[in-house]
Design a binder for this molecule. Structure first.
Ligand SMILES: Nc1ncnc2c1ncn2[C@@H]1O[C@H](COP(=O)(O)OP(=O)(O)O)[C@@H](O)[C@H]1O
Ligand SMILES: [Mg+2]
Length: 507
């Protein structure tokens, strides 16, 4: 099963499935999400997971289909940027609980019209949901609570664990307030840092240049159009009847008059090849929902508390000639940025696809390739692996080209890698300006301190030689030196005075 390999990963996958659903449901209903996740250790490799949201809830008559069957998600056939396109959904968690512990998932939900509790399991052979112990309850709770017991899982605080997943989710969803109660009882709270909802992504039709033969068949087999010709016009953006006539000319042996359901793999391949030979207007670019420049900045400041941060959102681009995507990058330096490893700290890359953190398969990802391909020395980072720097990259698209079935890495498409590089370089230039300013400042500061150290002795010696009062010379020298180093004092208060007193006592 997708995502269920390895104990740590399985637990992260479970939390991921529930939390992405929380975020999607709240976003769709225009509700600022409040999410609570509790993980408890019950025995070796056995944990309970509780996830609650304040979303719209799920009506009891739909609950079985929604959370206890597989591949029936409502987002499945929508060409729209949503988190739910990743993984095999809540039904996968129900199956995982059943096969590792034999226990059903307990659900409570309130929709405003009703509040109820029930137990969910699945008749796995028939992919049929089983809803048991359904009872209406008296409660004005709104939202959804799922609670399950899972075996073959493990809670770990490292790079791949639930804690890191939630922390990164908070970074990419600053409009959400998320609380995680860890097995040791520790409460990690990631408060909401902005109160604006993310822009709702628009549902668009796919552009013909971004379509594979298997996509085309998927669309064809769920289409209600009568003929292939009208199916093409209705299902894809920029396809007009004129364009279909061109396609008919190119893919001569395909019968465009038959029902879309009857398209074969060969037909689909021919049509996709024909797509590539027709001249198309570019795709619509406004279908993407990004995190937002300001939001990334606020979230990074809240969670990483850096000395410096810079954020870049690029304009939408296309890959494979027809699929729009957009790249956002944030760089944070100092504070909690970077990855701590005991006393040591190293640069780290925070990867996101449609705001969902990617924790696995780091090596094969376009984001990793792009960030590692940067000549960091040019941005005043001598060694990326030894500096407190975090590079956040979010790629948004209605169609993210994942490189594996686990959907944890973005394929290294040239256009995407290039675009990420440009964005990182852009943000890197601002970092460079900050760091070189900092370094210049620290060189100046040590020069200032060194010179100040001699003032008292020099003034005393001068008094002996010339008879001029030590205090007077001292005052004049001080003001001379301060004038020379006036940049050091610009816009800073307090801090500098203390370093001066320090100098004085040293002298
Ligand atoms: N927390 C929730 N609040 C409201 N509806 C939900 C929630 N979680 C799941 N759903 C509904 O259940 C469906 C199935 O979820 P899922 O299996 O994860 O598929 P997907 O997320 O791909 O749509 C969702 O499409 C949504 O309609
Ligand atoms: Mg889902």
């Amino acid at each position: 099963m997708l995502g269920y390999a390895g104990r740590v990963r399985s637990l992260t996958t479970i939390v991921h499935e529930y939390v992405t659903n929380n975020l999607d449901a709240c976003e769709e209903a225009g509700i600022l999400p409040e999410i609570e996740v509790r993980v408890k250790e019950l025995a070796e490799s056995r944990y309970s997971v509780y996830v609650r949201d304040n979303g719209p809830g799920i009506p009891s008559k739909h609950i079985g289909k929604a959370l206890a069957s597989v591949l029936t998600g409502t987002k499945f056939h929508r060409y729209m940027q949503q988190r739910g396109q990743q993984g095999i959904g809540a039904g996968g968690c129900t199956i995982f609980a059943l096969i590792t512990t034999g226990k059903p998932i307990h659900v409570r939900s309130g929709t405003g019209k009703e509040a109820y509790a029930c137990d969910l399991s699945i008749d796995i052979k028939g992919n049929r949901p089983l809803v048991n112990n359904l009872e209406q309850i008296k409660s004005d709770f709104r939202g959804l609570i799922v609670e399950g017991e899972f075996g073959e899982v493990k809670y770990e605080k490292g790079e791949h664990g639930v804690y890191e997943y939630i922390r990164r989710t908070a970074l990419s969803n600053p409009h959400a307030s998320i609380k995680l109660i860890e097995p040791d009882g520790n409460e990690a709270v990631f408060p909401r840092s902005v109160t604006t909802m993310p822009r709702r992504p628009k549902q668009i039709l796919p552009h013909p240049l971004g379509i594979s033969a298997s996509d085309l068949l998927d669309f064809a087999h769920t289409s209600e159009s009568r003929k292939v010709t009208s199916f093409l016009v209705d299902s894809f953006s920029r396809v007009t009847h004129d364009k279909v006539r061109e396609l008919v000319e190119i893919a001569k042996d395909v019968d465009f008059e038959k029902a879309p359901r009857q398209l074969t793999w060969e037909d689909a391949t021919k049509i996709v090849n024909a797509f590539k030979r027709v001249k198309w207007i570019g795709p619509e670019l406004d279908a993407m929902s990004t995190i937002g420049e300001k939001q990334i900045d606020i979230a990074m400041r809240n969670i990483l508390n850096p000395k410096f941060s810079s954020v870049v959102e690029r304009k939408p681009q296309v890959f494979k000639g027809g699929v729009p995507f957009v790249v956002e990058v944030g760089i944070a330096y100092g504070g909690e940025a970077g990855r701590k490893n005991g006393e040591l700290v190293s640069g780290n890359i925070l990867r996101f696809a449609n705001k969902v953190p990617l924790l696995f398969d780091t090596g094969s990802c376009a984001i990793t390739e792009a960030v590692q391909g940067i000549d960091w020395k040019r941005y005043s980072i001598a060694k990326f692996d030894e500096e407190p720097v975090s590079v956040l990259v979010n790629v948004s698209s209605v169609y993210i080209p994942y490189s594996g079935v686990g959907k944890q890495a973005i394929a290294q498409e040239d256009e995407i890698v290039e675009e990420i590089k440009l964005a990182v370089q852009d943000a890197g230039r601002k970092l460079q300006r900050f760091l070189s300013g900092e370094r210049h400042r620290s060189v100046q500061e040590s020069g200032y301190k060194t010179i100040m150290r001699y003032v008292s002795q020099l003034s005393a010696d001068l008094e002996e030689l010339t008879g001029k009062k030590k205090e007077e010379t001292q005052k004049e020298l001080r003001s001379l030196i301060e004038r020379k180093y006036k940049n050091l004092f610009r816009g800073v208060e307090g801090g500098e005075e203390s370093s001066e007193t320090e100098t004085e006592s040293e002298s």
